[in-house]
Structure formats: C-alpha cells, structure tokens
Design a protein around this ligand. Sequence first.
Ligand SMILES: *[C@@H]1O[C@H](CO)[C@@H](O)[C@H](O)[C@H]1NC(C)=O
Ligand SMILES: *[C@@H]1O[C@H](CO)[C@@H](O)[C@H](O)[C@H]1NC(C)=O
Length: 240
Amino acid sequence: MKVIAVALLLVAGAFANSIKQTRETGPPCPIADPLIDEPSDQLNFTLNPIAQIIVGGSHGLTTINGLSTFQYEYTINLIQLTAEFTITLTTFDLTSTYTAEGYVDARPLSQSCIPSGNFTGTGPVAITAAGLVVSGSATIFVNLITDRISIRLLSIPNLVFDSLTADLGPEFIIGGAPVDWAQFSSNIKSCVDTEFPANRDDVVEKFRLAINELIADFTLQDFLDLIGGGDSTCPPPGLV
Ligand SMILES: *[C@@H]1O[C@H](CO)[C@@H](O)[C@H](O)[C@H]1NC(C)=O
Ligand SMILES: *[C@@H]1O[C@H](CO)[C@@H](O)[C@H](O)[C@H]1NC(C)=O
C-alpha cells in the first residue's frame, strides 16, 4: 500500500508541477535611462558579509546610463519553490561624487583581484560594466512562523561579463592603501574569470547570505506579489 501511495504522490506531484510553473520576465516597468539621482547625504547600505557603507555617507549628482538594458527572467516551480533565473545588464555607466566609509570583503578572491578591507573614500566616482550575465537557480524557504522568506540553496553556474571599470579616485583608501584603478580595471575580468570558478562555493555562499539580508523583511505575500509579475502599472516615462 505504501508503494502505491508514494506512486500516487509522485504522479500528483508531476501533474502539479506541470501547472505550477510560472515564467516571468522583467522588470515590468522600464527603468529611466539615463537615471539621474539628486545629491543625497543618505548614502548607506548593508550587504553583509560582502560590503557595507556606514551611515554618514553622501553622494553628489549621479548619472547612470544603461539601466534600460537590465533584464531578468525566471521560471519558478511553486511546488518545490525552486527558481531558475537569468539576469543581464548589457551596458552600465555611472558617474558621481561621493564620501563614504565602510568595508569590502571579497575574500576568498585575492587582494590583487578585488581589494578587501575597511575603507574610507571621497572624490569623483566612475563605474562602467558591459555584457554582464548571471544565471543559476535558487530554492526558497518560507518560514511559516515568522512569515518571512529566505534563499535556502543558491547555485550560480554562470557569471560572466565583458568588461568592468571602476575609479573611486586617489583618496579611496582600503586596508590602509590606495587602489591603482587602471590596473584594477584591466585585471578584473581575467581574475574573476579564473578566481570565481575556483572559489565558487564560498563566493556563492556569500551572495546567498547577502541576498538574504536584503530580503529579510520579505513576507510570503510580498514574494507571491512579486512572482505574480506583469500586472503592475507603470508610471509614464520620466516620472520615476
Ligand atoms: C541607512 O541609514 C538609515 C538611518 O540614517 C537607516 O534607517 C537605514 O536602515 C539605513 N539603510 C541601510 C540599508 O542600512
Ligand atoms: C574592519 O575593521 C575591523 C575592526 O578593526 C576588523 O575586525 C575587520 O576585520 C575589518 N574588516 C575587513 C574586511 O578587513
């Protein structure tokens, strides 16, 4: 009898799977391009255990080009709560000025690839990226007691980009030393291409913890609204 019950469950599960798959693409509303952000003295964010800018940071007039090339798609299995996703960003170009203090911890990636340590910095900032593609899968955990979701398993078999450049100026000091930004920018692709696959489990685990911190306040309903997708009304262009 037990065998039959298990077989029935499997059939039911397979049937349910076939209807409980939902594929979404986004973002539902195009992001303004260029995106202009007015100066602010509220530059702070927390992405433990990868990076933090502590309260007290500020930025000047910020211009970001390329966010209209940001796209994602995912297929979610609502029975297993497993999602397969692909995120792409074809071009990205940010210029601003900043004052900030915090830390970056990219370990186990090498110090010569991405410097880790506590930092302080002020001055102009320019960041560009091209051809970013990240794909993988995630299994979501719903805590029925706290009604919050988190990512239980994360796998990122594919993380590539064509180029990445950063220049946070000569007054950016991390772990007691400035960064040679030209050297950083010319080296970053080849070192991430080799060091990310070699340290994939450790790096992906840091991503998982960081994402869980970002979504710590997400309830199951927020999540269902999000994966419901599509029916949000977009403001007219220019009103963001
Ligand atoms: C940024 O700082 C404000 C207080 O100034 C705080 O309320 C907010 O939670 C902080 N945001 C992050 C992401 O740490
Ligand atoms: C930042 O400084 C604190 C206190 O000195 C230290 O414990 C921590 O490891 C430093 N962070 C990094 C990423 O080096």
